[in-house]
Design a protein around this ligand. Structure first.
Ligand code: PLP
Length: 691
């Protein structure tokens, strides 16, 4: 699977998307019932969950990015509506509806009966977005108020006093169906955006109770003969919230093709009704195919699905990740490393993998989701945006942002349930001043002099616990000389650990509960596991690598590198003696040479420092040195001694080929840096696959 690709993989249950199929079938059922079939009147009410459901999923997705995509959503809806209007013009014409009133209908009502939904969205979405600026609670209250007003013109119409009824009539004169855009769409959009989850049992019980309430309400109002329309009921929003919460509870991943399919079925089904009726009439099958409501429904649904499916048949090209240059992650190696590192964990300590910098270039979503599957329930990242990205792709568990976060990003932290590090006393005040409850871990500086409140400043540290908006759930420090045991390194590390312990002791003395305390990262866990803590924030070691060659021998567990990097041979060419190649004549052939052009360059993170033979790749199990200067998108290598190299071959930049292997360490040494830097600079243009 490609990092960033929609997670529709096997084993997933994208309940939100899948339920669209049920919803669209309900819409078709509503429109294929026979006019006289009033005995099924009650079912019609229940089938009405379909439209609010569609509205709620739209709201859910709009809300997920803070309504930023509202513009795009409106554009898409308008386009769909435009297509719908055109599509149904022949039927409008046939039904004699192209009267002078038609433009008003197009603007306010939908040009064909089922199309009301789209202009209603076009009206309701901007209203909901505007309301959302007031904050969730206020927005819901106002939208709820609008809904109550709308009820008066709908199921409760007959209960209105004379004057009020006249007022509603005036509204209906302008817009009949799209009044819902004002009274009903905003509430369901906002309820969807709220994404309320109540747990499966509560949702199910709530769903059943509100369903029976709805039935009673509908029966009462129907019996009293007060309904003008029957699309709005008091108990309806409750039913929808419970239904939606139930589905959200199961929702995993997404299925975009269902979205497109159901949109098309929605758009096309009235045409299919007409076609089915015409076809049945022509074939003399009106009895079984039209008058039998159930068969009619099934025939229309089948035809709509078939037509929509045919229209969608030209699928978007499948991603082909191994086309140019790509990273392969070795699932088994990652699992192995997790197991080995877990075996080192001190009592009560859990792994908190560092998946910052795109998981050290490995692909954060890909890695974190796999780690989730291995039971990892806590992660750390450097930036709030990195945490948000993980959440958007469904990564579960605690996500701690290790770096500074500007107060302007507090809404992002809250939206994605991220835990923020307080990097010093001033930062604590800034975050607190936002006035929004935030989960934080407090960082203590015990000697690195980078981030954290200095360990000596006990009073300042304790003060952070008094800040009303901050819920301190952890305290941590970072060791900066833990790469070896013994000597100055060990002495300094122990001083850091002691200073940290002293802070914890002081907090306990003051009666402040600080939650989880942690200080180990990769080298800390490998060299000083006895220092303990609630988390080990393991980065580089998890990926089966150490920062440099030192320490490899003394490493207490055998780790396996997770990443390999490959690129294609774009072209092979021969150079005559004396010919030059590359920018600035970076290379001159001393004798006849054959060179291969690789599809990877420094923009992909292949260091330019590896130019002129400092770097090598493997082709057919043989080393091929870099010639000339590494370019942005390409690199030349010498393949003179390697027979049979041709365009399309795979060059191994990191990893094994035949008997040979190139490690990240080889690369970082040749580039005079550490593995962390080489890995974390692997670019966004590389595709990433788990193998
Ligand atoms: C990056 C980072 C880690 C992980 O470090 P590794 O050495 O890769 O294990 C842990 N803690 C903090 C504060 C970090 O910034």
């Amino acid at each position: 699977m490609r990092a960033g690709a929609p997670a529709g993989a096997a084993g997933k249950f994208p309940a939100l998307d899948d339920f669209r199929l049920v919803a669209v079938a309900l819409v078709v059922a509503n429109h294929t019932r026979s006019a006289e079939g009033q005995f099924l009147w009650l079912l019609t009410v229940l089938r009405r969950v379909a439209v609010p459901y569609f509205i709620m999923v739209s709201g859910y997705f709009l809300g997920r990015d803070g309504w930023r995509s509202t513009g795009r959503f409106l554009k898409k809806t308008a386009l769909l509506y435009g297509a719908g209007v055109l599509l149904y013009l022949p039927l409008n014409w046939y039904a004699g509806q192209l009267s002078p009133d038609f433009p008003r209908q197009v603007l306010f009502d939908g040009s064909f009966y089922h199309l009301w939904y789209l202009p209603a969205l076009l009206l309701g979405a901007p209203i909901a977005r505007l309301l959302s600026r007031l904050g969730e609670k206020k927005a819901l209250l106002i939208a709820g108020g609008l809904y109550l007003v709308g009820l008066g013109g709908d199921s409760y119409y007959g209960l209105l006093p004379e004057g009020a009824a006249r007022l509603y009539d005036a509204v209906f004169r302008v817009f009949t169906y799209t009044r819902n855009g004002l009274f009903y769409v905003p509430l369901f959009l906002l309820l969807g955006a709220a994404g309320i989850t109540l747990g499966r049992r509560v949702s199910l019980a709530g769903f059943l109770v509100s369903l029976s309430t709805l039935v009673s309400e509908a029966l009462l109002l129907h019996g009293a003969g007060v309904q003008r329309f029957d699309s709005m009921y008091l108990s309806f929003p409750f039913l929808m919230v419970f239904l939606f919460s139930l589905l959200l509870g199961f929702n995993q991943g997404e299925r975009r093709e269902v979205r497109r399919l159901t949109a098309l079925v929605y758009l096309l089904h009235p045409w299919c009704i007409v076609l089915t009726r015409r076809g049945a009439g022509a074939a003399g099958l009106t009895g079984p195919l039209v008058e039998n409501t159930v068969v009619h429904f099934l025939a229309v649904l089948a035809l709509s699905l078939l037509l929509s499916h045919l229209l969608l048949l030209a699928p978007p090209p499948k991603p082909y990740p191994k086309a140019r240059a790509w990273i392969e992650l070795d699932r088994a190696a990652l699992r192995h490393n997790v197991e080995r590192l877990r075996s080192l964990l001190p009592e009560g300590c859990a792994l908190m993998p560092a998946v910052k910098a795109n998981a050290y270039g490995h692909g954060a979503v890909l890695a974190a989701k796999e780690l989730n599957r291995l039971g990892v329930r806590a992660f750390c990242v450097a930036a709030a945006e990195e945490g948000a990205e993980l959440r958007r792709h469904g990564v579960r568990g605690e996500i701690l942002v290790l770096g500074y976060t500007h107060p302007g990003q507090v809404p992002l932290l809250r939206r994605y349930h991220l835990t923020q590090t307080v990097v010093d006393a001033e930062h604590a005040r800034q975050l607190n001043d936002c006035g929004k409850k935030l989960r934080v871990h407090l960082k203590i500086d015990t000697g690195m002099r980078r981030l954290g409140v200095p360990a000596e400043q006990k009073a300042e540290i304790a003060q952070v616990f008094q800040l009303r908006s901050l819920r301190v759930q952890g305290v941590f420090t970072h060791l900066c000389a833990d790469e070896t045991r013994g000597g100055e390194d060990e002495a300094f590390t122990l001083i850091q650990a002691a200073a940290f312990c002293e802070v914890l002791g002081d907090l306990r003395k003051r009666g402040l509960s600080y939650g989880r305390a942690h200080l180990l990262s990769s080298y800390g866990l490998l060299n000083y596991p006895e220092l303990g803590g609630a988390y080990a924030r393991v980065g580089i070691a998890l990926y089966g690598v150490l920062s440099g060659r030192a320490g490899l021998e003394t490493c207490p567990v055998a780790l396996r590198p997770v990443l390999s990097l490959k690129a294609r041979v774009a072209s092979v060419r021969d150079l005559r003696k004396g010919e030059r190649a590359g920018y600035g004549f970076g290379y001159t052939a001393e004798c006849d040479r054959r060179i291969a052009v690789l599809t990877i360059g420094y923009a992909d993170g292949f260091p330019r420092a590896l130019s002129r033979g400092r770097g090598k790749v493997l082709l057919k199990g043989t080393e091929a040195p870099v010639v000339g200067l590494v370019c942005m998108d390409q690199t030349l290598v010498d393949v003179t001694g390697i027979p049979g190299v041709e365009s399309g071959d795979i060059a191994v930049v990191i990893g094994a080929s035949g008997q040979r292997e190139i490690s990240v360490c080889d690369l970082s040494e040749a580039g005079e840096t550490i593995t962390n830097e080489v890995l974390s600079r692997f670019g966004a243009r590389l595709s990433r696959v788990m193998v």
